[in-house]
Design a protein around this ligand. Sequence first.
Ligand SMILES: O=C(O)C1=C[C@@H](OP(=O)(O)O)[C@@H](O)[C@H](O)C1
Ligand SMILES: C=C(OP(=O)(O)O)C(=O)O
Length: 429
Amino acid sequence: MSKKIVQSINNGLKGHIQVPGDKSISHRAVMFGAIAKGKTTIEGFLSGEDCLSTISCFKKLGVSIEQSGDRVTVDGRGWDGLSEPTEILNVGNSGTTTRLMLGILATRPFHSVVIGDDSIAKRPMSRVTDPLKAMGAEIDGRENGNYTPLSIRGGQTKGISFTSKVASAQVKSAILLAGLQSEGVTTVTEPALSRDHTERMLEAYGVKVIRDGLTVSVEGSQSLKANHIIVPGDISSAAFFLVAAAIVPNSQVTLTGVGMNPTRSGIIDVLREMGASLTVTNEKVVGGEPIADLAIETSQLRGVEISGEIIPRLIDEIPVIAVLATQANGKTVIKDAEELKVKETNRIDTVVSELTKLGAQVEATEDGMIIHGSQKLTGGEVDSYGDHRIGMAMAVAGLISEGEVLIKRSEAISVSYPTFFEDIMKLTL
Ligand SMILES: O=C(O)C1=C[C@@H](OP(=O)(O)O)[C@@H](O)[C@H](O)C1
Ligand SMILES: C=C(OP(=O)(O)O)C(=O)O
């Protein structure tokens, strides 16, 4: 278990950085390359532990994958190129690997066993295993296939028309991936729009995807063609620096090449509504995904309400938005965010407990939290509980705290941002 001490910054954060590649897109680029025919090349791949788990699982499924820094080559031999693994598929800490891979395995005529770490063992899987079973896959695991370890034997599956209770890109993607090799049409409808990287990237891999509002359909018997993917910077990683620059006095930071997919950019809307001084320049589209440079400086902020359809557009940013809200005038109310309870930790509980240790006034509610603003944060000892986003949110809190903030289990940060502390250092030179 490693510990990290973070101290307040006196002269502000200054300069520019390029945040690492998008985690959601990096996972998908490897997985889709693995089932495509031909050599897929990926630039800007995130070498975080979650994406490395995806590479490791697909290697065990017989796919040849080479990685050199942020460049990855996947030698896909089509859907039939996947073979029965002789080893257990270990997804580590990654929910995305677990759920999307189950969607792919659901139509493969062989047996696999999927395990992950202690956090994965607590995350609900029946949201994907139930519909995949209804399509015809054989899946079992603790509590009837809700928790890992899971065993799956794929086979001949039939298309499904599925209405999801949660706005989850992992659920949507798993079912669509199974649908690509099922009989007939597969349709997924979600209650609010979740991130649409799967839909965009499948099209780039030559798949026909039909989108109609909150409904997405694919026909069966579809194959993928190898592709060249350029991964944008991860807006969920950028979020820590957007917040840090907004609240650390005398800061002026530019983040280059950040993914600005509208299904992910809720943090930008919130920062603007809170009054942050934020400029978006150099907007372009790279490989079907919008990107831009984001310049932000220290700002006077006001509390806001964050609820409804914006929640899936900023779900992973809520821990650091809570830190932001401690520095705003007035209170910030976050609602409709029950999904936080089933992430790497129960992020309602961990955000509230750890910010409270630093002297913030935060209350947990059934579906979110209330953060009281203009709080001076004290130093203290906090825990990431093995959750990368909690670890980084606490580090951002440390940048404005009066005393030192010691973060326990800080190693979790390398799940999505292995160079996080180096990037903070770059902005303090
Ligand atoms: O599809 C993805 O890449 C992700 C979807 C989201 O999860 P849900 O699908 O569970 O909402 C998000 O929280 C996760 O970090 C990545
Ligand atoms: C929830 C997250 O990821 P996953 O579901 O892939 O574990 C996250 O990165 O915040």
